[in-house]
Design a protein around this ligand. Sequence first.
Ligand code: IMP
Ligand code: MG
Length: 192
Amino acid sequence: MWWVWCESVRCLSVNQLEVLISREQIASRVSEIGKQITSDSAGEPVIFVGVLKGAAVFLSDLVRQVKLDATFDFIGVASYGNPVQQGNIWDSTGEVRLTKDVDRSLRDKNVILVEDILDTGLTLTFIKRLLLGHRPNSFRVAVLLDKPSRRKLAIQADYVGFTIPDKFVVGYGLDYAEQYRNLPDICVVPDV
Ligand code: IMP
Ligand code: MG
């Protein structure tokens, strides 16, 4: 059995995690989104900007499903404070800061921001404001997962992989205290 030590003093084996979205479902949906982006952006070069670290896996699969002149870059953000010490592990403080900026200007580019999950909307709102400051030609957002029931700010993605209930999920890039990002399926962590 494969055990993982989490910083919040919990040991969870992967066998304790219930699969919410299988690797086959993910692959099929990512392919559909890739086709949609290919058709929506036909004839235009695009730049995918992934949000570290959670979106890295989604971005790497998505860009290979897009038949366009495409490049990619990454941005890093963090919430102030330690979310693990708050009531819920996924409750961020709401104060977001930049830890890594894009390497090149996005001026006049067709930007597709790639995020793992849209939850309260605080992170995406911060990033959107920041990247619009580059004055791109166009700006769209692709998220693998959307948890609309927890939204605090009115923001939507242009491409959504799956809409999910208010559960804490891991795998396919998403973490719990930095663990489980390498799981091929998206799984639910029992109440934390
Ligand atoms: P927001 O600012 O509340 O929308 O949070 C977005 C960020 O919170 C995501 O990029 C994730 O890093 C994290 N997050 C929110 N929900 C989950 C979850 O269920 N699993 C793992 N990370 C999550
Ligand atoms: Mg994230």
